[in-house]
Design a protein around this ligand. Structure first.
Ligand SMILES: Cc1ncc(COP(=O)(O)O)c(C=O)c1O
Length: 445
C-alpha cells in the first residue's frame, strides 16, 4: 500500500483515541485542539494564538519549544536513540543525575530515573519498603498519604492519594495505607497569599496514626509540599517541619512528591528548600525536561542509597527499573532544560514575580461566584461556586470560555481553576492572564 492510499484508508475522525482524564463524548463534540507552541503561547490548527496559563500540565516551566531544548533532542536522536537501561548506560544519564543532585538540598544526592510522576511515586514507595527490608525492619510496610493528595495513577499512587474518583473504581488498592487529613479550611484560610497561617497542627495527626498502628509498622509518609491537582493547596506555615520532626522521632521516611513543585514552580529548585525541610526522598517529573520528553525520577538521601550497597558486588541491589529509565532523549532534553533554567535564572524569576502574581490573582476577589483564591510561587487556585445542576459545570464553562473567547488556556478540577504559567511569563502577561480569566468568570452565570 502506498503512503497516500494508506493515509486515505485511515478514517480522519476522533473516535479511536480514548482520552485520559477527559469527558470523551463532550470533548469530541467540541474539541479543543492544539497544533503547535512557542514560548508563552499555543496555536490552534487554524493558527489562533492562546496564552498558556498552565505550562501545559504544570510542566513546560521554561516555556514552549525553546530552541536549545529542541536542538538537544534533535541532536540526541541523531546520535544515540536508545541504550539498554539495565547493565549498560550512556554518559548523559550520569551527567543529568549529577546535575539534579547538585540542585537538590542536603544529602539528596542519588537519582533513580523513570518516565513519569506516577512511576516516580511508585519508585519512591518501593524504595521506602525495600530500605526498611534491607535494614532488617521488614515489619515497616505501612504507607501514609494525605486526603486530597495526588500522586499519579499507579496502584501505589492512588492508594496513598486522596481523591475519591481516582480510587473508588479500582478495587482494594494497596493494603496497609492510611491518610493524614488535608490542610484546607476555607473559614480559616480564605484568600491567603502564600502559606496560610492556620493549620500547622494538622501534622500532629501523624502521631495519632502512629499510635494506632505502632511506628514499627510504618514505612513512609508521602505528601505534596503544595497539593496541586486538588486545587492549589499550599501547606500551612510550620506544617512540613512538624511532619519532619514526627517522622524523625519514629524512624519513618518522609517523601515529598515534587512532581509539580520541582524545578522552580515555588521559586526554588525544589520546594524542600523553600520550607527548609529535607525529606528522605523527592519525586520529580514534568519540569525536569520542561515537559519536552517524558521523564521522572526519585532523589534519595545518601543513607538510603547506601543501605542497599551491601552484599556481593555482582548482585543487583534494587530489583526495580524501567526500559526507558534515563532514556537518551529525555536526558538530552533534561540537560538542556537545566541549562536554560540556570542561564535565565528562572527559579529566581518565579520568586521575584510571586508578589505581583499573588496581588494580580487577588484582583479577582469580589467577582461573581469566586469563593476563594489561593496563591503560592507561580501558582493560583480559584474556587468557584458550583452551579445548582452539578459540580464541575461552572469550572468547565469557564475553561471553555477562556479557550474560545479569551484565547487563554486554564486548567480546571471540579469548579476550581488552576493557573501555573511557564516561569518565563512577562509582567504584562500576568495582567493579561487575570484580565482574561476575570472576563470569563463574569460571563459565565
Ligand atoms: C504531585 C503529582 N504527583 C504525581 C503526578 C503524576 O505524574 P504523571 O502524570 O507524569 O504520571 C502528578 C501529575 O500531575 C502530580 O501532580
Amino acid at each position: 500500500m502506498s503512503a497516500q492510499s494508506r493515509t486515505a484508508a485511515v478514517p480522519n475522525d476522533l473516535a479511536s483515541y480514548w482520552m485520559p482524564f477527559t469527558p470523551n463524548r463532550a470533548f469530541k463534540k467540541a474539541p479543543r485542539l492544539i497544533a503547535r507552541a512557542k514560548d508563552m503561547h499555543y496555536y490552534t490548527p487554524e493558527g489562533r494564538a492562546l496564552l498558556d496559563g498552565t505550562a501545559g500540565l504544570w510542566c513546560t516551566n521554561a516555556g514552549h519549544n525553546r530552541d536549545p531544548i529542541v536542538a538537544a533532542i534533535q541532536n540526541q536522536a541523531a546520535e544515540l536513540d536508545y541504550a539498554p537501561a539495565f547493565q549498560f548506560a550512556h554518559p548523559k544519564a550520569f551527567e543529568l543525575a549529577s546535575r539534579v543532585a547538585a540542585l537538590a538540598p542536603g544529602d539528596l544526592d542519588h537519582v533513580f530515573f523513570c518516565n513519569s510522576g506516577s512511576e516516580a511515586v511508585d519508585t519512591a514507595l518501593k524504595i521506602a519498603l525495600a530500605y526498611h527490608h534491607v535494614r532488617g525492619q521488614g515489619s515497616r510496610t505501612r504507607l501514609i498519604g494525605r486526603e486530597r493528595g495526588y500522586h499519579g495513577v499507579g496502584f501505589g499512587g492512588i492508594s496513598v492519594g486522596g481523591i475519591v474518583n481516582n480510587r473508588k473504581f479500582f478495587g482494594a488498592l494497596l493494603a496497609g495505607v492510611d491518610h493524614l487529613p488535608h490542610t484546607y479550611n476555607r473559614e480559616q484560610q480564605a484568600f491567603s497569599k502564600g502559606e496560610p497561617e492556620w493549620g500547622a497542627h494538622l501534622a500532629d495527626d501523624l502521631e495519632r496514626i502512629v499510635a494506632l498502628h505502632d511506628a514499627s509498622t510504618v514505612a513512609a509518609v508521602i505528601v505534596e509540599p503544595m497539593a496541586g491537582s486538588t486545587g492549589v493547596l499550599p501547606t500551612p506555615k510550620g506544617y512540613l517541619p512538624r511532619l519532619r520532626a514526627i517522622c524523625d522521632k519514629h524512624g519513618i521516611l518522609l517523601i515529598f512528591d515534587e512532581v509539580i513543585t520541582g524545578f522552580g514552580r515555588l521559586g526554588h529548585a525544589f520546594a524542600a528548600e523553600r520550607y527548609g525541610v529535607i525529606p528522605d526522598m523527592i519525586c520529580f517529573a514534568k519540569g525536569i525536561t520542561s515537559g519536552a520528553v517524558p521523564m521522572g525520577g526519585v532523589l534519595a538521601r545518601a543513607p538510603i542509597h547506601d543501605a542497599f550497597m551491601h552484599g556481593p558486588e555482582h548482585a543487583i541491589e534494587l530489583f526495580h527499573g524501567y526500559t526507558y529509565s534515563a532514556h537518551p532523549l529525555a536526558c538530552a532534553a533534561g540537560l538542556a532544560a537545566l541549562d536554560l533554567y540556570r542561564e535565565e535564572d528562572l527559579f529566581a524569576r518565579a520568586k521575584k514575580l510571586e508578589p505581583l502574581w499573588a496581588d494580580t490573582a487577588m484582583s479577582l476577589k469580589g467577582l461573581p461566584n469566586v469563593l476563594d483564591i489561593r496563591t503560592v510561587g507561580l501558582t493560583a487556585g480559584i474556587d468557584l461556586a458550583s452551579k445548582p445542576d452539578g459540580v464541575g459545570q461552572r469550572g468547565v464553562a469557564v475553561m471553555q470560555r477562556c479557550f474560545q473567547d479569551e484565547n487563554l488556556v486554564v486548567r480546571v478540577t471540579g469548579d476550581t481553576i488552576a493557573l501555573t504559567p511557564p516561569l518565563i511569563i512577562g509582567e504584562q502577561q500576568i495582567a493579561e492572564v487575570f484580565e482574561k480569566l476575570g472576563r470569563a468568570i463574569s460571563a459565565v452565570n
